[in-house]
Design a protein around this ligand. Structure first.
Ligand SMILES: [Fe+2]
Length: 557
């Protein structure tokens, strides 16, 4: 059986994946191919990439599974909120809600654009409850037989937070907290208040938080212990005058790109702290209700690696799996498995060990691109060793190899890499390459075996989605990947999963005694991670990177 999983909501992060007989073969977000960051349009390019990879025609697909309810479910919930006064009846609120529904209804949830853009198909279209799709994307790919599952995001059709119990390949619903009582909404509104883009720049608030001090009181917005939590939505949902009624003590909303004050840092600290408390409260409830020791997480809020690290450090759970594509791009992965729930069947329970699920370009394709731009290159016999040598000499490298990662993180296929021992490297990469905010930390990639030597709670962390504490004596050894609070967001790299990237780190370790490299995504600020060799070349020459290793080719400036 061949199923396509989709995320398509017109909101953000459209994506597609292909599953054959329960095995995930390919996944890509539309933004990588279209080059429109967080692209919300119908994921025709992503679907075509799935079909191309598998050499299939649209007519050979058995099921198309969308990780959202059929059009109308969200609208009905919105109307209920309008009628009960839980969401202000303003021109903009009503217009946006109605327009989204009308457009999706007109497109039959994606069926119409599918046949129009990809050709006729015999496939059945299936619409999957959004949080169920998130829950499956965590549980089925965790490999755990028994697990509590927690989904937290901005919103689904009606859902904001949900608890599920996965057991023996089946998933049982335990509890749902409806929108707008939403941790994602709480965090997103403050992301906007602090001058960043809501539902996209939450990372920036998380990165800024450790620079702040306790003292900002957010009890008017959230009670993080109200079994499990309560977001006081009256001030958070828009009534046409954004941030009206917010405490004067918070000051005015920050203008984008303006100075960051101590108050902004302290607000970020409080937002992160409240969010962590509320997440812990939900996790405790989920453990209690399911009587399971394992935990699976998904939904955009689960990208909060600091909160995830806190859950691990608390010791209240046994094993944890956070779906690396925790945001809405990942619902494609869960939706594609729903046919396995029909008639009391069981889900496949296969641990997801990597996210190298996207398109790849071989040396011939890379060489064609390099020749087209008349770029002088040299061919490397050992790209890992050459890259390690360059890193040890302080060079900043683009590293473009193999299949592209699915999810928000670059994990050794489309990465910018550098020497983590240089305390200035953070600033160098920020200013010369990423052009991003000074306070955002960079992450380290470790040889898996070396991680315990550097990290206090070295949980297996292949996806950079759990924060850990760097051992105090090691903070000065890898200063550019240690955050101001002594934490890091590690990737642990296994030899059998990504031998080339592992060897690069190993070779760097042999030269320097430190088997750790700085690893950030291969893109410029505000752009999607590079997809084709041409994207990589263009980004390389638009930045301060010193050299680029593309497949077996080296490009230098
Ligand atoms: Fe979601």
């Amino acid at each position: 059986m061949i199923t396509l999983g989709l995320n398509y909501s017109q909101m953000h992060d459209s994506s597609a994946c292909l599953v054959r007989d329960g095995q995930l073969l390919f996944a890509v977000a539309e933004e990588r191919i279209s080059r429109v960051k967080h692209d919300a349009r119908f994921p025709a390019l992503a679907i075509q990439a799935c079909l191309n990879f598998s050499k299939l025609l649209s007519d050979q697909v058995d099921e198309v599974c969308v990780g959202w309810q059929a059009p109308g479910a969200g609208y009905r919930h919105d109307l209920k909120l309008f009628a009960t006064g839980q969401w202000p009846v303003t021109y903009l609120n009503v217009l946006n809600s109605t327009r989204n529904f009308a457009s999706m209804w007109h497109q039959r949830g994606g069926e119409n654009p599918f046949t129009r853009q990809l050709g006729p198909t015999k496939a059945r279209f299936r619409f999957v409850d959004h949080h169920l799709a998130h829950a499956l994307s965590a549980y089925s790919y965790s490999g755990f037989d028994d697990s509590a599952i927690v989904v937290m995001d901005g919103r689904g059709a009606w859902e904001a937070t949900s608890i599920w119990h996965g057991n023996n390949g089946r998933v049982e619903h335990v509890q749902t907290i409806n929108w707008p009582n939403s941790l994602g909404l709480f965090y997103a509104q403050f992301t906007g208040f602090l001058g960043f883009t809501p539902n996209a720049d939450e990372w920036k608030v998380m990165g800024l938080a450790p620079y702040g001090q306790p003292g900002v009181d957010l009890s008017a917005f959230i009670d993080p212990h109200a079994a499990p939590y309560k977001v006081h939505t009256d001030r958070l949902v828009s009534n046409g005058a954004e941030y009206s009624g917010w405490p004067v003590s918070l000051g005015k909303p920050r203008e984008p790109e303006s100075e960051i004050s101590d108050l902004h840092k302290n607000i970020a600290f409080a937002v992160q702290n409240m969010c962590e408390e509320a997440i812990m409260s939900v996790v405790k409830l989920a453990i209690e209700k399911t009587r399971s020791k394992n935990l699976c997480l998904a939904g955009g809020v689960a990208l909060n690696s600091k909160a995830n690290g806190k859950i691990v450090a608390s010791g209240i759970i046994g094993k944890i799996f956070v779906q690396p594509a925790a945001s809405d791009d990942g619902v494609a992965l869960g939706a594609a498995l729903t046919p396995f729930l029909d008639g009391g069947q069981r889900l496949p329970l296969k641990p997801m060990r990597h996210v190298y699920l996207g398109p790849t370009f071989d040396d011939d394709a890379i060489e064609t691109a390099l020749k087209m731009y008349k770029i002088r290159t040299s061919r490397l016999s050992d790209p890992a060793a050459t890259a390690a040598e360059y890193l040890s000499r302080g060079k900043i490298l683009g590293w473009y190899q193999g299949r592209m990662e699915f999810g928000p993180r670059a994990l050794g296929s489309r990465s910018i890499i550098a020497d983590p021992r240089d305390p200035e490297m953070n600033a160098k990469v920020n200013n010369a390459v990423k052009f991003r905010e000074w306070w955002r930390p960079f992450a380290p990639s470790f040889k898996k075996e070396a991680a315990p030597e550097y990290l206090e709670s070295a949980y297996d962390s292949p996806f950079m989605i759990l924060t850990a504490r760097v051992r105090p004596e090691k903070r000065a050894v890898i200063p550019s990947v240690t955050h101001v609070d002594g934490s890091a967001r590690p990737q642990t790299v296994e030899k059998e999963i990504n031998p080339l990237f592992y060897r690069l780190i190993d070779e760097f370790g042999k030269r320097t005694g430190v088997p750790v490299i700085m690893n950030t995504s291969f893109n410029l600020r505000g752009e999607a991670i590079v997809h084709t060799p041409t994207d990589a070349i263009r980004t390389f020459f638009s930045s301060g990177m010193d050299a680029l290793v593309l497949g077996s080719f080296l490009v230098e400036k």
